[in-house]
Design a protein around this ligand. Sequence first.
Ligand SMILES: [Zn+2]
Length: 209
Amino acid sequence: MSHTLTVQWTISPLTAPRPILACSRCGGHRPFVCSGKTRLNANGRRLDAWLIYRCAACDDTWNRPIFERRNVANVDANALASLQSNDPVWIRQMAFDIEGLRQCTDRIEEFVGCHVERRVMSGTTACTRLEIILAAPGASSLRVDRLLSTELAVSRARLTRLEAGGLLTLVPEARKGLQRPIRHGSRIVLDLSAQDDRAEIARRALEAT
Ligand SMILES: [Zn+2]
């Protein structure tokens, strides 16, 4: 009989990263907020596409290039259809694509708030071992210890002690893994056999508090 509870957490960030740019209208460096709108320009067979951002202070616009001067034959069909229909799901993906944003600026304001969708893969809360599989399709700067601390209501100091005692393992292993950003597909394994509150921890792994 298995005493491992395996859950999958799908993590969706709540607030899109904001580039910090010099605003030509109000002066100084300001965060720019994604407007959720795109612009598509055609020049013969060449296309330009941008995601529109607005200065948080004065509303001035900044156009983030998605692609520029690209031959229509080389534009991904799904991207083109999404741009033409202003598809909100696709636009959201673009807005959260921090690696894409890094190609425009190094200064980016990131947010750690996220929604965690929990799914049981196997086992029950009457477990002595908890395994959490992280699904984080969009890149995130959220640290592993902050995520666990918030979602399991376990202090970060206790998480550090568990890790030092070999009762908390990250797969794949990484030096100072708890302090690193969460990674898609990585796993957190907790040996709860000696923890008196293991049932509560397991329950929180399954249900948001
Ligand atoms: Zn401004």
